[in-house]
Design a protein around this ligand. Sequence first.
Ligand code: SF4
Ligand code: SF4
Length: 190
Amino acid sequence: MEPLELSAALESSRELRERVERASGVHIEDCYQCGKCSAGCPVAAWMDYTPRQVIRLLQLGLGEEALKSRTPWLCASCQACYTRCPREVNLPRLMEAVRQEARRRGMVNDRKVDIFDRAFLQSVERYGRAHEMGLIIQYNLQSGQPFKDALLAPPLLLKGKISPLPAKIKNVAEVKEIFARVRAKGGDGH
Ligand code: SF4
Ligand code: SF4
């Protein structure tokens, strides 16, 4: 077993914790581990660590484990945990911050979620809304499954549920400005 340099590990976990606290606005110590978030999370069954456990890892200085976890990539930002939390811990924002930090360190746990996330944000930045058809094509090509759900496209097109051409919102420049401000503050440029 590799010798563990405790002081370096502690320093690195402190830095990680500070970064996710700053990015999310969540104070990790606010969580008193009641578990209400995990009990109400609709995707907890598919997570490797429950949402409560992810915060516990950060509290214990085991942030690297949180970064490696699948949980932040599965979080749907549905807010169910946040509305139930008696301590008002904003878990969806914390999950986002952990995901961004993992991406920054090249520790993407679920590549397909990452591809979809980036494609979705690129579409919103470009058009002010998601262009479903472009999103599907980009996601399928980048995830190496070009014909995924291909048979669904014709009926959806015929019924006008998806459009081959993107529709821009009126003030798309304002949306672009929001993205620029996020980047200026150190946010991920997806
Ligand atoms: S509900 Fe809130 S206080 Fe309870 S474990 Fe979850 S985050 Fe912590
Ligand atoms: S926001 Fe994420 S962690 Fe919270 S309940 Fe929804 S999926 Fe679960």
